[in-house]
Design a protein around this ligand. Structure first.
Ligand code: PNS
Length: 345
């Protein structure tokens, strides 16, 4: 591996330590081509590995670089590579956990023009989501974040915006500052089936937040009539014309899902005092598990205060008319699926 361009062009980098997955020269060259010609300001290289990305940026004109890495052997390789490229005087190397170093950078008010995040593929999506959600505050205006991954982005801020290119088995996404700082909210529920009340809450949430992820989850106290994929398909159909809304399946804890999606808020609809107790309990528990995630309640319209998925299931199962209770686009499907009670409403 060599530095491709700039003052350190041609510098041969130190052997890659085992367990470190380096960005190949080909991918590095393609990433820098995609970033353009001019490099200046500060660069932050997270999960730095051999430090090749940050050193390439220093070689091409960035004034300073911060490298963050946990692995001892990789840290030694970064220091050796900085020495070989003769850029050590412009670099700071932090040993330790990326999350903790980010917190410190945020406290110190640091700003970067270019941030590389190349997390080892084994790192959980929840951790990566947590890291990404903090990068907005560290990114200078006009700055960009480059994320490398072994699979196509699925879910989360990364998949909503940004340009992803594939180089063999490597996916590289470049995000602008506005795409990182966008505020994502999760609107969770069992949606069995989605009602006009749900749709109203989703629509109103989409006017407040930059992106709303409707999370079709499992409520352990209820046994759904329809599999989650089917429920999600119905929601996709009725939200198709609303901008910046996507639908995902959620298994597991809501707080984990929200972190994976890079979400800052959970949005719930509140119909009446009777909803309050259970919602209050869930919000408190979620806050205990994830204090940075805010639960926001949107008051249901008065005409929806009586409306629930269980009422729709009950009416449909006895052959009653659910027109006006579920969105028109799925009226027939709901009638077909939920008619014919098996006693489970
Ligand atoms: O439409 P519902 O049935 O009121 O939705 C409830 C749901 C799915 C939002 C809730 O059960 C949930 O968050 N499930 C995920 C599991 C979880 O995080 N449980 C802890 C919440 S206290």
């Amino acid at each position: 591996m060599r530095i491709i361009a700039g003052t350190a062009r041609g510098t041969r980098l130190a052997p890659v330590p085992t367990r470190v997955r380096p960005t190949s020269d080909f991918v590095r060259e393609s990433v820098f081509n995609a970033l353009g010609q001019f490099f200046s300001g500060e660069v932050l290289d997270l999960y730095a590995g051999t430090g090749a990305l940050g050193i390439e940026a220093l070689s091409r004109g960035c004034e300073g670089a911060v490298f963050v890495e946990k692995d001892r052997r990789a840290l030694a390789a970064i220091r050796e590579n900085l020495r070989r490229a003769r850029v050590a005087d412009r670099a700071e190397v932090f040993a330790g956990d990326v999350g903790r170093v980010l917190d410190r950078m945020l406290t110190d008010g640091r700003q970067f023009n270019l941030i590389f995040a190349d997390p080892p593929y084994r790192i959980a999506a929840t951790e990566v989501g947590g890291v990404l959600s903090r990068l907005g505050a560290l990114l200078a205006s006009g700055g960009r974040v480059v994320i490398e991954s072994g699979e196509a982005p699925s879910g989360g801020t990364v998949s909503k915006k940004g340009v992803t290119r594939r180089y063999g088995g490597t996916y590289v996404t470049i995000l602008e500052r506005s795409e990182i700082t966008m505020i994502v909210a999760v609107c969770p529920g069992s949606f069995d089936p989605v009602t006009v009340g749900h749709l109203d809450i989703i629509r109103r949430a989409s006017k407040i937040f930059d992106h709303v992820v409707v999370a079709v989850g499992a409520n352990l106290h209820k046994k759904p009539r329809l599999p989650a994929v089917e429920r999600a398909r119905l929601i996709e159909k009725v939200t198709a014309e609303i901008d910046d809304v996507s639908v995902e399946l959620m298994d597991g804890l809501l707080v984990d899902f929200a972190r994976e999606q890079g979400a800052r808020a959970i949005v719930k609809g509140l119909r009446a005092v009777s909803d309050f107790e259970s919602e209050f309990e869930q919000a408190q528990l979620n806050r205990t598990m994830s204090p940075e995630l805010e639960t926001v309640f949107i008051m249901a319209l008065a005409e929806h205060s009586f409306l629930s998925s269980s009422a729709v299931r009950e009416i449909a199962s006895f052959g009653g008319d659910v027109r006006g209770l579920v969105p028109d686009g799925i009226l027939e499907t709901v009638r077909e699926i939920y008619s014919g009670s098996d006693g489970n409403i």
